[in-house]
Design a protein around this ligand. Structure first.
Ligand code: RFL
Ligand code: PHB
Length: 395
């Protein structure tokens, strides 16, 4: 087989890229090692920046998002028993975020891909990259026990943090920067009507907790646990007790209880690989960088990466120049590092770190008191949360 752009991974990055290229008349083949059902059902992110929503609409895949997505004009920071409202829209000249599950984004993109008639292969095995630094890189894989290969002009490595694209780059050609956190998130989906229309980020003496949602009937909640925690140790009853202990405020606000329909534990990590390119292999999304979810940035960063990549590829195929592609890594990394900084900052502001003292707890409360009473501090949080602009034009 031959294609212009071989895409490894059918997560948000790979599927968005495929749709952008399709609309520009550029051919691609997407290979994914999981099943379609697995990819659609994987529960992950929920918060889309305005730019990501606009992108979905522009790409013709925003109809259900517009209908079912939950626009949010602000969020709450909760500490010392009280919730404090940050009006993101007012602080940013009208920008908002939208809550719409990542699995819904993926479902809409897969439907568009199928409708486009372009190739998307699920359940492929033994995926490998050959000759990434040549003019004819290849993706090799097995499907239904048969060896196959795709000759490409370019390869997009959109296969997430545990994929094969980044590790196939020779170690001397890429450098990584990382930081682990001494905690993880236990997350649940519950059949319960959200008791608040906006997200609530809570800093409690027992640790971080987060109230979010997926629909008018489904609540999404998280709390901080030790990094090696086992989900089986937590009964549903114990999860609710801990959620309610951390989240209930002095005015009596708390999440509504309901049957837990999904639960999992997510480790927290910050990671950046530089550069995001090796020859004709371009890394995008979680394959190149990971942020702790406290800033709700991962999926949004993936979307921006592939926007930059698609512009570079479009320029290459229309004008024959590599100018934007040569700038790809630097253009993305500038925004990636700012999102890293913000995600790290949100994480350390809102979590309890093992070994820290009561002094540190008081200092963190003072940080939050300042944050919710200074217009400058609130504006800084707001402009980062709704999404910073890309610093360079893409044409
Ligand atoms: P993905 O989604 O991991 O997709 C990669 C795809 O590649 C496939 N793959 C392979 N395919 C072929 N061959 C191989 N060898 C392969 N190896 C892997 C995988 O099966 C998969 O389908 O990466 P992508 O596309 O870069 O998207 C990134 C986002 O998924 C991620 O950043 C977000 O989920 C992070 N995140 C959040 N981001 C936000 O913007 N807002 C949020 O509110 C938010 N909340 C979250 C989050 C992530 C979380 N977890 C579970 C990590 C909340 C949580 C709890
Ligand atoms: C979610 O709804 O899953 C969610 C919301 C905000 C975050 C992370 C996850 O910071």
């Amino acid at each position: 087989m031959h294609t212009q752009v071989g895409i490894v991974g059918a997560g948000p990055a790979g599927l968005l890229l495929g749709q952008m290229l399709h609309l520009q008349g550029i051919d691609s083949i997407i290979v994914e090692n999981r099943s379609r059902e697995y990819v659609i059902e994987r529960v992950r992110a929920g918060v889309l920046e305005q730019g990501t929503v606009d992108l979905m609409i522009e790409l013709g895949v925003g109809e259900r998002l517009r209908r079912e997505g939950l626009p949010h004009r602000g969020l709450y920071l909760s500490f010392a028993g009280a919730r404090h409202y940050l009006n993101l829209a007012e602080l940013t000249g009208g920008k908002t975020i939208t809550v719409y599950g990542q699995n819904e984004v993926v479902k809409d993109l897969i439907a568009a891909r199928v409708a486009s008639g372009r190739a998307l292969y699920f359940n492929v095995e033994q995926v490998a990259i050959q000759d990434a630094d040549s003019h004819r890189p290849e993706i090799t894989f097995q499907k239904d026990g048969r060896e196959d290969q795709i000759e490409c002009d370019f390869i997009a490595g959109c296969d997430g943090f545990h994929g094969i694209c980044r590790p196939s780059i020779p170690p001397g050609s890429i450098k990584s920067y990382e930081r682990d956190y001494p905690f993880a998130w236990l997350g649940i989906l519950a059949e319960a009507a959200p008791s608040s229309e906006e997200l609530v980020y809570t800093f409690h003496h027992r640790g971080f907790a987060l109230f979010s949602m997926r629909s008018p009937k489904i609540t999404r909640l998280y709390f901080q646990v030790p990094p090696d925690e086992e989900i089986d140790k937590w009964s549903d009853e114990a999860i609710w007790d801990e959620m309610l202990t951390r989240m209930t405020t002095d005015d009596g606000w708390k999440p509504n209880r309901g049957p837990i329909i999904q639960k999992s534990i997510t480790p927290m990590r910050s990671f950046v690989a530089e550069p995001m390119r090796y020859g004709r292999l371009f890394l995008a999304g979680d394959a190149a960088h990971i942020v702790p979810p406290t800033g709700a940035k991962g999926l949004n960063l993936a979307a921006t990466d592939v926007m930059v990549l698609a512009s570079g590829l479009a320029e290459y195929y229309t004008r024959g120049t590599m100018r934007l592609l040569d700038d790809y890594s630097a253009t993305c990394l500038r925004r990636v590092w700012k999102a890293q900084r913000f995600s790290w900052w949100m994480t350390q502001t809102l979590h309890r770190f093992p070994g820290e003292s009561e002094f540190d707890y008081r200092r963190q409360l003072a940080d939050l008191d300042y944050l919710t009473s200074s217009l400058a501090a609130m504006t800084s949080l707001a402009e980062n949360y709704v999404g910073l602009p890309l610093d360079v034009p893409l044409t």
